[in-house]
Design a protein. Structure first.
Ligand SMILES: Cc1cc2nc3c(=O)[nH]c(=O)nc-3n(C[C@H](O)[C@H](O)[C@H](O)COP(=O)(O)OP(=O)(O)OC[C@H]3O[C@@H](n4cnc5c(N)ncnc54)[C@H](O)[C@@H]3O)c2cc1C
Length: 399
């Protein structure tokens, strides 16, 4: 492919993350001529991820997880209050895996290529090409430093947080504002004892608005990271180092084997997901869980739904906003309600003081935690307010 570069396709996808390669796999399998370009020379690297994914997603994303991409199997989640009190849950929704993203992302790209998609790494999309005011392709700088123009009646932004081409296409809210962005810093560490549980540590001392996570990749290896609400005066590395220092027993033999950092959107999805000849999928479309910043599975799901819509549009030779709108309708029906509840919860949690966290953890049991995670807030809020009516001001947004 690289040696006989064609310049016209049925669809051009910008970004070979989970969203882009999932779209490419389904679209190519359905018979479309697909080009995926990514500015990275090694797909999946550098990793900007805690690498956790729920097992319940496997059915939805229509792809078995590649064995080699699974670092560790997770049996549940354990949440820590600032005073150390814990709540554990082991529902089907909290079972899952911590992945090796470098293997996982490349596996998704290989599956897309096997389905017939053309993949072009180390090639950056620099400009949206328009014809009669509508998207018609992209200009891109290849790894040979050549500037080429690729043409297609459908352009898909799977660009992740950057979303430059999506903004050029008129998706003004694809810009990531500070308030709805978490800045994250993470060490992958060896010699850290772990149970097969995702750990979530709440405390404003270490994670203003967010939390510290310990995601095990083996019984003695973990991603230890922090995400904090966008604040120019705060550096997540300092917060994470403070957390590690405060737990000397746990981390006394720990050795850092990889450093990871990145920003993730924790606000609402884009107001529109399609325009004539253009679709936005995955983190570029702000399809991310506002509580934990998880976006891999949502990105894959959006990629699959969008590709199924694109196949229909191609058969009808109609790439209008109306025809592409089926993706938006299906995706919003599947995910938007749940994500809106999670956003409300995030906005409540960001008002919590450490004292509030401690009090609430004292009052709740594991069943309550499951209810909260499932968006069933009412019985839990009533239980807390019975004992702590002073929390009404903070919790009323959940009722
Ligand atoms: C610190 C951190 C921890 C996280 N932890 C988790 C977690 O534990 N679980 C989870 O599910 N999610 C997690 N996420 C979120 C998750 O990583 C993303 O939601 C997911 O990668 C989204 O996939 P995507 O395909 O939409 O975008 P991405 O994976 O971001 O892929 C976008 C691709 O587009 C390419 N690109 C961008 N612009 C251009 C351009 N102009 N030209 C060419 N290529 C371009 C990029 O190089 C990139 O490869 C985390 C995020 C961060 C930052």
């Amino acid at each position: 492919m690289v040696f006989a570069m064609q310049q016209t396709y049925d669809v051009i996808i910008i970004g070979a993350g989970p969203a882009g390669t999932s779209f490419a796999r389904v679209a190519a399998h359905g018979g479309l001529d697909v080009l995926v370009i990514d500015k990275r020379k090694e797909l999946g690297s550098p990793v900007r991820c805690g690498e956790g994914i729920g097992a319940h997603w496997e059915g939805k994303i229509k792809l078995p997880l590649h064995g080699g991409a699974i670092a560790y199997k997770i049996d549940g989640a354990k949440c820590f209050a600032p005073n150390g009190k814990t709540l554990k849950t082991q529902t089907p929704e909290t079972k899952g895996y911590v992945l090796e993203r470098k293997i996982f992302d490349k596996y998704l790209a290989i599956e897309a290529a096997r389905a017939g998609a053309h993949i072009l790494p180390k090639t950056i999309a620099t400009e949206l090409v328009k014809e009669n005011g509508k998207p018609a392709g992209v200009k891109a700088r290849t790894f040979d430093d050549e500037v080429l123009e690729f043409r297609a009646p459908l352009v898909v932004s799977a660009e992740g947080m950057e979303a430059k081409i999506a903004r050029e296409a008129g998706f003004a809210d694809a810009v990531a504002g500070l308030y709805d962005t978490d800045t994250c810093f993470e060490y992958e560490m060896a010699n850290v004892e772990c149970e097969p549980l995702i750990e979530i540590w709440f405390s404003n001392l270490y994670a203003k608005r967010g939390y510290v996570w310990v995601f095990p990749k083996a019984k003695d290896v973990a991603n230890v990271g922090v995400g904090i609400g966008g604040d120019l005066n705060e550096h997540p590395k300092e917060r994470l180092d403070k957390f590690i220092k405060a737990h000397p027993e746990r981390f006394k033999n720990a050795e850092v084997v990889e450093v990871k950092a990145g920003n993730i959107w924790v606000g609402p999805p884009l107001k529109e997901l399609v325009k004539d000849n253009f679709m936005v999928i995955g983190t570029a479309a702000h399809q991310v869980d506002p509580i934990h910043g998880g976006g891999m599975a949502l990105a894959i799901e959006a990629g699959v739904i969008a590709a199924e819509t694109a196949l229909k549009a191609a058969r009808a030779k109609d790439f209008s906003k109306r025809a592409l709108g089926e993706y938006e309708t299906r995706w919003r029906a599947a995910e938007e309600g749940k994500l809106a509840k999670r956003l409300r919860l995030r906005k409540v949690l960001e008002l919590f003081t450490d004292e509030d966290f401690n009090r609430v953890f004292e009052l709740l049991d594991e069943k309550d935690l499951e209810r909260v995670l499932n968006g069933d807030f009412k019985p839990v809020v009533s239980k807390v307010l019975l004992k702590r009516p002073s929390l009404l001001k903070v919790l009323k947004a959940l009722i």
